[in-house]
Write a protein that binds this ligand. Structure first.
Ligand SMILES: C[S@@+](CC[C@H](N)C(=O)[O-])C[C@H]1O[C@@H](n2cnc3c(N)ncnc32)[C@H](O)[C@@H]1O
Length: 272
């Protein structure tokens, strides 16, 4: 398993360097440095009021959403990621924005010990759990980093959408609905997903699909109460070439296309 994580970390280190110097507009760096928010309309609405909360942002990448949550009124924000380059970029953005934030370099499984404190809100969005082989272990980590009464907000690409590839102008169901821990999906991508033409050298990465039912069950089994479960017709990236931008960096399928769920979100609360 460690080999998969090492390859993914090398891949994410490179992406962090490209994303923190992004010129494609995919990462709203200028907006966050000016004290604004990089949250999309979906999560901005669903996460609710963060004022006064101690927030942990798991798999925070280059920290833009972490800083945004502080700008939206959180009492404190802490971002955690296993990529040293991502954490370095996040700290640099915090300094440039003049925003108080803590950034911790650790793997998700080591989060409770590495963080050493608990939170009112765990924020996890857009491309996090697909890098983790064991969704039950992930949910237990979330439960451990939350205080009693604390809540999880999760927003992800939908696993049904992630089963598809685009071939000859249509979706083709290519990947099984659940990925075995010891047989991850293997991808080799020369470029990152922002449209940046700069090439990656650590191209290989490993991912796992988790059916929505497995995610919900893992959250409940970890001791959280499910507050809501939503499916969405919008996504934060152009997963298929026929998708159209709806504004605010969200994409949807065009009129006439077969509708598949593009994203899902859930809220859950740790029992007191
Ligand atoms: C697509 S990004 C998540 C985007 C993020 N929501 C944001 O605010 O930009 C995925 C992140 O997960 C991190 N990651 C992947 N596997 C991890 C692991 N096992 N432990 C900790 N972080 C991990 C990567 O370093 C990367 O920064």
């Amino acid at each position: 398993m460690q080999d998969y994580f090492d390859a993914n970390r090398a891949n994410w280190d490179e992406r962090a360097e490209l994303h923190s110097t992004d010129t494609t507009g995919s990462y709203r760096i200028g907006k966050v440095l000016a004290g604004g928010s990089s949250l999309h309309a979906i999560e901005a609405e669903e996460v609710g009021d963060v004022a006064g909360l101690d927030v942990v942002h798991l798999q925070c990448h280059i920290g833009l959403d972490t800083l945004s949550l502080k700008h939206l009124g959180a009492r404190s924000v802490t971002g955690l990621d296993f990529s040293p380059k991502a954490i370095a970029a996040a700290r640099d953005f915090a300094a440039r924005a003049g925003t108080e934030a803590r950034f911790v370099e650790a793997s998700l499984t080591a989060a409770p010990e590495a963080l050493g404190e608990t939170y009112d809100l765990a924020f996890v969005t857009w491309g996090a759990i697909n890098w983790l082989p064991d969704i039950g272990a992930w949910a237990k980590v979330v439960a451990k980093v939350l205080r009693p009464g604390g809540r999880l907000y999760l927003l992800e690409g939908h696993p049904v959408m992630n089963q598809m590839e685009w071939e000859d102008g249509r979706f083709v169901a290519t990947f099984d609905r659940a990925t075995p821990e010891d047989r991850p999906l293997v991808f080799d991508e020369a470029e990152t997903y922002t449209g940046d033409a700069r090439k990656l050298t650590n191209t290989r990465n490993y991912e796992w699909l988790h059916p929505v039912a497995d995610v919900v069950s893992a959250v409940i089994d970890a001791g959280l109460r499910l507050d809501f479960l939503h499916e969405h017709d919008r996504l934060a990236w152009r997963a298929f070439p026929n998708m159209i931008e709806t504004g605010e960096d969200l994409f949807e399928l065009p009129e006439g296309a077969v509708r598949i769920p593009l994203a899902f979100s859930l809220g859950a609360t740790k029992r007191a």
